[in-house]
Design a protein around this ligand. Structure first.
Ligand SMILES: [Zn+2]
Ligand SMILES: [Zn+2]
Length: 87
């Protein structure tokens, strides 16, 4: 998987990779760094930050960095497993 720059500050490398499923069936990808995820006013982002803080990859138990989708089909993964998931 490519490394992205943070969507919020456009400076730091993104440590978190969020994939929001849209009602329309599409998805919105967000790449956020450590700093911005902590101080984002966005309710969704703070929820994800909380989720990832103690989260582990549901496939291999490595530290989770990626949240894909919304409940109940939400997946929490590390970079490696996300790469496998998405090809
Ligand atoms: Zn940032
Ligand atoms: Zn994993």
């Amino acid at each position: 998987m490519e490394k992205y720059v943070c969507d919020i500050c456009h400076q730091n490398p993104a440590s978190y990779y969020l994939i929001d499923a849209e009602v329309s069936g599409g998805s919105v990808e967000r790449h956020i760094c450590d700093t911005c995820i902590q101080r984002s006013p966005d309710q969704y982002v703070s929820e994800i930050a909380e989720l990832l803080k103690n989260g582990v990859c549901q496939f291999c138990s490595a530290p989770a960095m990626i949240v894909d989708g919304v409940p109940p089909r939400r997946k929490i993964m590390c970079y490696e497993c996300a790469e496998k998931e998405h090809g």
